[in-house]
Design a protein around this ligand. Structure first.
Ligand code: ZN
Length: 54
């Protein structure tokens, strides 16, 4: 009996992965919940020093 052909994946399927745009609209630091500053596409926490770019 031949193996059944696998059905095509739905076009709506999206893999779970971090979204780099997440850091562009955050208002508070994910580490200490302090206020963050946005500079040239980077997000920096003034309270604890946490930061992300992209
Ligand atoms: Zn912080």
């Amino acid at each position: 009996m031949p193996p059944a052909a696998q059905p095509p994946r739905p076009t709506t399927y999206l893999p779970t992965r971090p979204n780099p745009l997440t850091y562009q609209h955050i208002r508070v630091c994910p580490e200490c919940a302090g206020p963050v500053a946005h500079n040239s596409g980077c997000v920096t926490c003034r309270a604890c020093g946490w930061g992300r770019c992209g």
